[in-house]
Design a protein around this ligand. Structure first.
Ligand SMILES: Nc1ncnc2c1ncn2[C@@H]1O[C@H](COP(=O)(O)OP(=O)(O)O)[C@@H](O)[C@H]1O
Ligand SMILES: [Mg+2]
Length: 256
């Protein structure tokens, strides 16, 4: 049996009186690439924050790597690229290698070798995302797609077992999206990193992932992506954008 990365059981969560998740259960296995979809305000980001222990459920339990979240301490195993990352101050005068280096969790005995060890880790992470030529560049001078790769490298630098990404493709052009999914494939298949990402582009993501969580009205519907009939299920939800969604669904084949 595959190892469980995240298990949520009977989760309820409210902001004040606003219950946004109602008796939700799900699991993410080792090797999964999970897509989380749903309209604006359907609690996608909230669900991700609950999985990361940034929010606490009112009811129910969440386990990370087989441990209750309140007991879990091994956060190095987890990479998180939040929605806010792209709002990162463009003028911040840091270089790519500095941005990545500050994310390295120091560990015991890592004093003397610090500089070289850090350097090696940063270089390795930049190589994986194909940005090793840019280590001395200022972050503000990079394109949207390049910046995104740097933030992925930043999340990779502690060798996480799972990567959580909140709408990483917003504001990223088509070419960069394609190379983003190629990179995800490498991370998932070659590096064995489980992936959990929120996306609006149902048509594309449903072809890339092996599992889909559809959020709607406080519920999470989990499918294997092959069996996901999102166009049907989401018809009620995405009323305005449905024609666009259906279009994506039909024409996304072979994209990327
Ligand atoms: N910090 C907060 N305080 C109060 N309400 C919030 C907060 N964050 C989110 N919400 C509300 O919870 C619901 C789900 O939000 P969110 O998880 O951000 O949805 P999504 O990521 O799917 O767009 C929305 O109705 C939102 O307005
Ligand atoms: Mg969100």
């Amino acid at each position: 049996m595959k190892k469980k990365i995240v298990v949520g059981k009977n989760i309820e969560f409210s902001y004040g009186n606003n219950k946004v998740l109602d008796d939700v259960s799900f699991h993410i296995d080792e090797g999964d690439f999970v897509g989380i979809i749903g309209p604006n305000g359907s609690a996608k980001s909230t669900l991700l924050k609950l999985m990361l222990g940034l929010l606490k459920p009112d009811q129910g339990t969440i386990e990370l790597f087989g441990e209750r979240l309140d007991k879990f301490t091994d956060f190095q195993k987890i990479g998180y690229i939040s929605q806010n990352v792209r709002d990162f101050n463009q003028m911040f005068p840091a270089t790519v290698e500095e941005i990545i280096g500050i994310n390295i969790s120091p560990r015991k005995g890592m004093f003397k070798g610090l500089k070289t060890e850090k350097k090696v880790k940063v270089e390795k992470a930049l190589k994986i995302v194909g940005m090793d030529k840019f280590s001395k560049d200022k972050i503000g001078n990079l394109s949207g797609g390049q910046k995104q790769r740097v933030f992925i490298a930043r999340a990779l630098v502690n060798n996480p077992k799972v990567l959580f990404m909140d709408e990483p493709l917003v504001g990223v052009d088509q070419d960069s999206q394609r190379s983003f999914y190629k990179l995800m494939d490498v991370l998932n298949k070659e590096h064995g990193i489980s992936l959990v990402m929120i996306s609006h582009d149902i048509g594309v993501i449903s072809k890339k992932v092996n599992k889909i969580f559809c959020l709607s009205n406080g519920k999470v519907y989990c499918h294997d992506s092959g069996k996901c009939d999102c166009s049907n299920m989401l018809k009620d939800i995405y009323t305005d954008n449905m024609s666009i969604l259906l279009h994506h669904h039909d024409s996304g084949q072979g994209d990327g």
